[in-house]
Design a protein around this ligand. Sequence first.
Ligand SMILES: Nc1nc2c(ncn2[C@@H]2O[C@H](COP(=O)(O)OP(=O)(O)OP(=O)(O)O)[C@@H](O)[C@H]2O)c(=O)[nH]1
Ligand SMILES: [Mg+2]
Length: 398
Amino acid sequence: MSILQIGLLGKANVGKSTFFSAATQTPVASGNFPFTTIEPNVGVAYVKADCACKHFGIKHENDYCVSGTRLIPVKLIDVAGLVPGAHEGKGLGNQFLDDARQAEVLIHVVDIAGTTDIQGQPVPVGTHDPLEDVEFVQDEFDQWFADILKREWDKITREIDQKRAKLTDGIAKRFTGLGIKDFQVQEVLQKLGLMARNPKEWKDSDIQTFVKELRKNTKPMIIAANKADLCTDLSIIDKISDCVIPCSAETELLLRKASKSGIVNYSSGDTGFTIPDGKEIPPAQQKALDLVKSVFSKIQSTGIQKILNTAVFDSLKFIVVYPVEDETKLTNKDGVVLPDTKLLPLDSTAKDLASLIHADIAKGFLHAIDCKTKQRISGDQKLKNGDVIKIVSTLSRG
Ligand SMILES: Nc1nc2c(ncn2[C@@H]2O[C@H](COP(=O)(O)OP(=O)(O)OP(=O)(O)O)[C@@H](O)[C@H]2O)c(=O)[nH]1
Ligand SMILES: [Mg+2]
């Protein structure tokens, strides 16, 4: 695992690429018609957390620490849109699934204003039910998982009959391309009481239940209720049972551009913007900014930063750790204070951090130092969010 990957997916024409452009500040094609995106766009976005400098009460020069808020890079993947039947090749087929398969968490972008039909064609506001999209996208995913398993089911059964494989690894092998681990397959088998059931006795409904649970456990999905600026009745959000956050990708994109050209002071996640002192705003721009204000009063923030943070810190429950090489000065060997951040799954250990930094550092691991308490910690000790850690190893990287 290097940098955490987040996949943006959803029906065609819902605003995935606009979300991507806004979050990564990378201009990509967007347009009000389905299948604008064919090849995936890959870029870097940032989640935000309190920087560890706050704990130590220090000031440091770092492009990734803005007034004590730390920007932590994540990889964002914007894929082609999908339509019902994508897993059987409809629309652009399941290319989107292939492109998103390594993502650890998924942001499902939905047109909450109902301005696009099921095929992604523009329709008047409120004429399409977004709840239909929430369901069909999850269903496409589940069918894709189910197809992987059904295709191989006879083979899996034979392998187990001939004692060449156990149920867990027989199944897990088929999902390695999706970054799914043996223990995750085992957890789901256990949870559903399928561990002891011979694959010959599995019914189609067992496979369906199994893949749905596996998908939920391994690819957590959060719903970005996009085009909230156009939505006439946001209470529709309450009807979605999954984690859902209203947003307006277009507003975020506009604000980021305006901020870059010095028209406004705005940082992603803010609940408003200000105009720099003495700045003259032409009437056309003022009109656009008035619209932005109405979005803030409707949904507090544009939602983009909140969605990224929720995906990483709530859905995945990842923690931020700061590796350093000098435990007193909190620097790397070039003297940069709090130079780096790592995102790690909850319950990760000091040894896990070492592996993430470099295989050799993990190989020669002796112990670690918690720089906040100055205490020595062992390899199997669990790290906490915000920890600043020095790894002591007999080997250095490379
Ligand atoms: N009003 C409004 N329009 C938006 C918003 N986000 C995107 N749009 C518009 O929706 C249309 C589709 O946007 P894209 O970003 O191309 O959508 P996509 O999901 O990437 O589309 P495909 O690549 O074709 O699947 C464009 O006309 C955008 O300007 C939003 O938050 N509010
Ligand atoms: Mg697109």
